[in-house]
Design a protein around this ligand. Structure first.
Ligand code: GLA
Length: 396
């Protein structure tokens, strides 16, 4: 008995640490991450002053109360490596250093994120993490980083999956729980291997602040996309998303000026029903009330953050008129009626489209109006304005 005790203790300890690590995996990004990232609005114009002001605005605007957590600095915060290979933050724009900035963000009750790249250089030519993965991950952990976006420029012939697995191992070894955002543009179908490597993976090239259309990059490579072009590329990926591992159709453009308010409402509704990460990309210090209202809408955010973590499917398409439906944890459905066309459209959703029997009576609630529309049998129809959505829940 005596001799067995240490073995028993070791077994209990091992089971305990296994439970802790499983628990840790499940609790990170158990619903789609919500936050803010500097790239869409500010590009390379990042500084500690900006980040502090954004953190202040995140709290003051009600974004934090609505569920936004992560403040992520995208490309251009880093300038070089020192003689020991340590990554160096731009001393001109981040004179207090990253640890102090992370402390500031944490003191607001928020979380702090950084960007790096799996190749030798970032997309803006700053030092990448190739060959420095473990050193960088240790540095991020020491600074208090909670989220890493990891890009795919200057990767030459590197294999995507193993490149991301190296940083996964490095983050694990760092001892800090860090959300890992794979940004490989969907090139090597990260939805097939991303679960267990990262918490989210980009499924497409970059979003641009417009309703539709794609642009080639200046070097001729394809492409950046309008919002609805990104949407189309999510079809077929539904089953790969779930708690802890999400398809990422890129960050939000809501409030950046290239679309109308109705188009931004559509963009936000679609990202919510896709169970997409909700990473705002606008200037939170200077938001019009109608933009703030979109980004902080509780009922729409609740669809995104539904604990079941299922992504919507396009269940009906009739030219420019579409129906998207997502199964919620309580068995009800969130539904977006999307009009992509230039004229008003009458859009119907049949209960059979939602997997319900046709004879069922169900309560319909308009989410943007926060209004119960009453019970309906078999179907629901609405007139939807051009480039707009009507978003409802259907509850039997
Ligand atoms: C790539 C990414 C973008 C952004 C830029 C930064 O294009 O896809 O989201 O991070 O790099 O240079």
């Amino acid at each position: 008995m005596k001799r067995r005790a240490p073995i028993l203790l070791a077994a209990i300890f091992m089971l305990g640490s296994l439970a802790v690590s499983l628990d840790h995996e499940q609790s990170l990004a158990s619903t789609p991450p919500m936050g803010w990232n500097s790239w869409n609005k500010f590009g390379c114009n990042v500084s500690e002053d900006l980040i502090r002001q954004i953190a202040d605005a995140m709290v003051a605007s009600g974004m934090k109360d609505a569920g936004y957590q992560y403040i992520v600095i995208d490309d251009c915060w880093q300038v070089e490596r020192d003689g020991n290979g340590n990554i160096v933050a731009d001393p001109k724009h981040f004179p207090s250093g990253m640890k102090a900035l992370a402390d500031y963000v944490h003191a607001k009750g928020l979380k702090f994120g950084l960007y790096s790249d799996a190749g030798t250089k970032t997309c803006q030519g700053r030092p990448g993490s190739r060959g420095y993965e473990f050193q960088d991950a240790r540095q991020y952990a020491a600074w208090g980083v909670d989220y890493l976006k990891y890009d795919w420029c200057s990767t030459s012939t590197q294999d995507a999956r193993s490149s991301y697995e190296i940083m996964r191992a490095a983050l694990d070894a760092s001892g800090r729980a860090i959300v890992f955002s794979i940004c490989e543009w969907g090139n090597s179908r990260p939805w097939l291997w991303g679960k267990g490597v990262g918490n989210l993976w980009r499924t497409t090239g970059d979003i641009t602040d417009k309703w539709e259309g794609k642009n080639k990059w200046p070097n001729g490579d394809c492409c950046s996309y309008g919002m609805t072009d990104i949407l189309d590329q999510q079809v077929g990926l539904e089953s790969f998303a779930g708690p802890g591992h999400w398809n990422d159709p890129d960050m939000l453009e809501v409030g950046n000026g290239g679309m109308t308010v109705a188009e931004y409402r559509a963009h936000f509704s679609l990202w919510a029903i896709l169970a997409a990460p909700l990473i705002a990309g606008n200037d939170l210090r200077d938001m019009k009330p109608e933009i703030r209202e979109i980004l902080t809408h509780k009922e729409v955010i609740a669809v995104d953050q539904d604990p079941a973590g299922s992504q919507c499917r396009r269940v009906r398409k009739n030219g420019n008129l579409e129906v998207w439906s997502k199964v919620l944890q309580d068995g009800s459905r969130a539904v977006v009626l999307l009009n992509r066309g230039a004229a008003d459209g009458e859009i119907s959703v049949l209960w059979e489209d939602l997997g319900y029997p046709a004879h069922l009576s169900a309560g319909v609630r308009d989410l943007w109006q926060s209004k119960d529309l009453g019970g309906r049998k078999g179907m629901f129809s609405a007139t939807v304005a051009p480039h707009s959505v009507v978003m409802v829940t259907v509850k039997p």
